[in-house]
Write a new protein. Structure first.
Length: 319
């Protein structure tokens, strides 16, 4: 069975994994844990733990249990002024399990058994960590994922607030993989955080597996305004250093103009265009198809189609 390792965070990662779990592929998922917003941020500060929110989302996306159990863990409390307000059950359970099991890796492993998850789910680090954005034009620093996301246009370099130790299982998982995947998601705050760890960059540098990026469908205001596919690739290549993205998966189908206009007017988001000549000039192979779906008016990756493209690439390629 082919092995893949997927780096990411947020909704894009969860969507991708919900499709990949349907194929005979051994999946290891590595999740950025520097989020500091909403429920995750509160628990992170109060308990001094890594961000658990995206870990919980990934576990549910890969679950093979009945929908009632998934709905229970997805349930979010809504009662203003109470300590549980805005906390989803999964975040509370993971926080409790960290205390019981000793770290987030063990907590995620136990939840994986409960949810009948196939494959490994690993946090990037066991440490409480925050992103720091620095500007070359002033002494200003932007601290935390939320602040970084809002101010990417002023930021010249990204780092963590301290040197981190990555989860020890990750380098071997990279070395064993047949394909290294960077998922869709917030480029600067969900994807690049993995490449701020020198041990990750070095393990990827020495790995034989090709690197694939599943590109975002729409831009993210404040982070990737006006970016095309090649713009995403150039940023990833810069942080990968000696390696480059070998394959990009992108959408080539037309999306309804009314939906595009709604995105622009209500969320200030535009489509990420596949600028083929610029992509090919970077030496990147293009794998493209109609890989979007519309869910409750939202443009999302079609999890099944996207995963099928990845699986097809794996089956056609010998390393």
């Amino acid at each position: 069975m082919k092995k893949v390792i997927v780096f990411g965070g947020g909704t894009g990662l969860s969507c991708l994994l919900s499709g990949l779990k349907l194929f005979p592929v051994e999946v290891t998922t590595v999740i950025a844990v520097s989020d500091n917003g909403s429920s995750t941020g509160i628990l992170k500060e109060e308990y001094g733990i890594p961000a658990v929110g995206d870990v919980g989302k990934v576990l549910l996306s890969m679950a093979n249990v009945d929908e009632d159990f998934v709905d229970l863990l997805s349930y979010r409390f809504h009662k203003e002024g109470t300590s549980l307000d805005n906390h989803p059950v999964r975040n509370i359970l993971l926080t409790a399990l960290i205390d019981l099991k000793g770290n987030l890796t063990e907590a995620a492993g136990y939840m994986s058994k409960l949810l009948n998850v196939r494959g490994a789910v690993l946090p990037l680090t066991e440490e409480k960590v925050d992103l720091v954005g620095k500007s070359d034009f002033s002494d200003e620093e932007f601290y935390g994922q939320v602040d970084v996301s809002r101010n990417v246009r002023y930021i010249s370099s990204l780092s963590y607030d301290h040197d981190i130790r990555i989860s020890p299982e990750i380098p071997d998982k990279i070395a064993e993989s047949d394909l290294i995947i960077f998922s869709p998601g917030s480029l600067y705050t969900s994807i690049l955080p993995h490449l701020l760890a020198n041990d990750i960059v070095e393990a990827i540098r020495t790995a034989s597996a090709p690197i694939m990026y599943v590109c975002n469908l729409v831009t993210q205001p404040g982070e990737t305004d006006h970016y095309n596919v090649s713009d995403h690739l150039q940023i990833l290549n810069r942080y990968l250093r000696q390696r480059k993205v070998d394959i990009v998966v992108s959408n080539n189908a037309r999306i309804d103009e009314d939906i595009i206009e709604k995105y622009l007017q209500t969320e200030n988001k535009t489509l990420v265009e596949s600028d083929r000549d610029n992509i090919l000039a970077l030496g990147t192979q293009i794998v493209e198809d109609s890989i979007f779906s519309i869910e409750e008016g939202k443009i999302r990756h079609n999890a099944l189609k996207t995963a099928f493209l990845i699986f097809s690439y794996l089956m056609k390629t010998e390393y």
